[in-house]
Design a protein around this ligand. Sequence first.
Ligand SMILES: Nc1ncnc2c1ncn2[C@@H]1O[C@H](COP(=O)(O)OP(=O)(O)OP(=O)(O)O)[C@@H](O)[C@H]1O
Ligand SMILES: O=c1[nH]c(=O)c2[nH+]cn([C@@H]3O[C@H](COP(=O)(O)O)[C@@H](O)[C@H]3O)c2[nH]1
Ligand SMILES: NC(=O)CC[C@H](N)C(=O)O
Ligand SMILES: [Mg+2]
Length: 513
Amino acid sequence: MKHQTIAVLDFGSQYTQVIARRIRECNVYSKIYSYKTSAKQLQKDGVIGVILSGGPSSVLAPNSPQADKKIFSIGVPVLGICYGVQLIAHLLDGKVEKSKEREYGHGTLTVSRKGSLFRGLPNKLRVWNSHGDRLAKLPTGFSAIASTENSSFAAISDEKRKIYGIQFHPEVDHSEGGINILENFLRKICGCKGDWSMADLARESIENIRKIVGKDRVLLGLSGGVDSSVAAALIHKAIGRQLTCVFVDNGLLRLHERELVVDLYKRNFNMDVRVARAGSKFLAALKGVTDPEKKRKIIGKTFVKVFQDSLKRIGDAKFLAQGTLYPDVIESISIDGNPAATIKSHHNVGGLPKSMKFKLLEPLRELFKDEVRALGTALGLPKEVVWRQPFPGPGLGVRVLGEINKRNLDILRKADAVLHEEMMESELYYKVWQSFCVFLPVRTVGVMGDERTYDNVIALRIVESKDAMTADWSRVPYEVLQRVSTRIINEVEGVNRVVYDLSSKPPGTIEWE
Ligand SMILES: Nc1ncnc2c1ncn2[C@@H]1O[C@H](COP(=O)(O)OP(=O)(O)OP(=O)(O)O)[C@@H](O)[C@H]1O
Ligand SMILES: O=c1[nH]c(=O)c2[nH+]cn([C@@H]3O[C@H](COP(=O)(O)O)[C@@H](O)[C@H]3O)c2[nH]1
Ligand SMILES: NC(=O)CC[C@H](N)C(=O)O
Ligand SMILES: [Mg+2]
């Protein structure tokens, strides 16, 4: 069945995929297109609505990304968000100017005319802004339908031609009523019926995997984490025994992780799972390295080397499958040459070596974690897999700050096991996004049993998040923190101080490196 489709034209916003996922949340199928896509192509694909994303450029700058102007006359509704609305004004006969007051963060939106876009919403909304330009003059046929403190044109519409524009970001979590505004656009304006679901996504990606892989074989990097497990389940449904999973023991795993994963897979899946023991290879390659980006690149490269070596044992495979998700991608690379900035090189994306003989197969590359969990549930995966906390591929390699060696790794493993036990015990493990320890290469003075100690520090990082794009430190009860701290200092030799990380993301990131 062909679903009703909404096109999202990407102008390089950090939030383009967030727009796409909000649309999916409304049970509507959406596809991201390059901003260069012609109106003719969109017509040919039968899209029933177009959303223009935000973007880092200014429409006033020479060579800024432009859309095909004909999209306004093919008879499908258009919604411009931020850069998108500025582009509408710029391409039609309105005017955009540099604003004196940059609007960043929360603002109060006052709706003056509800029309179809704001139907059912209150007159005042707290919305999230992020822009420096603003509309100075409306194009012919448009009227202002909402304003903020700094702009009388915070939302505009031409109801006749069904062209809408909003200066704030309805797609981000912090915009009150944002999802309702998008839903109004989809349902009331574009006429979407909501004919798409996660089960459709599963079915379609299984068909797609079959088409791409054909009779070739696939090696999947299996970590036992949520993403690679869901990817494995999908690919296994598609091609069965053409799939071999390789779990790499990279020496950077948590206490008993290898045994746990092997057992988990034996109990729950009927897949071909192999273990590659490569701890000494990783540790040798990381010897003496302290720079976080260097560590990540070395780990990424070594992973691929290990995968390539394992072909000798399991036979040739054309594809390397990974459970890469969208947040891994957006932080690692720029999309379509647009300058979405590199934050850190996730080992499975920016950390991959340039020359690699595998073709990548990454069926979850456009999804967010909570969507992957929904997909895993739709595929019938057990809770202990779907709801495991994320654990980054570089593992303890990016949690032992400074030099990675066996002593420091062992200390971290023991401390981390204590935290894990206490999180389970207090039933907080599944309530938070992640809870883990970080080894600091810092020694501080303490006193234990009347004796002076001079030992390392362990930092506790416990965060809450929906999709890892933003996060806040968790307000864990003091009693739990106290138990964890006491136990770590008593039970883990080499540690005499425990601290709690109070940074949110942004400006911090979840991992320390
Ligand atoms: N120890 C490992 N052995 C083999 N592949 C791995 C290993 N660690 C990570 N990978 C690969 O790198 C990908 C990205 O790792 P990442 O940690 O983001 O995902 P995950 O482990 O599948 O899920 P989660 O985010 O829940 O930990 C994985 O999906 C997997 O393909
Ligand atoms: O597979 C991975 N490879 C990596 O290189 C990597 N770096 C960070 N993470 C995980 O991604 C989420 C966001 O992390 P940051 O806020 O630290 O960027 C958090 O859930 C992190 O644990 C990684 N996962
Ligand atoms: N978030 C955006 O789309 C920003 C648009 C444009 N770069 C501005 O600053 O106004
Ligand atoms: Mg993982």
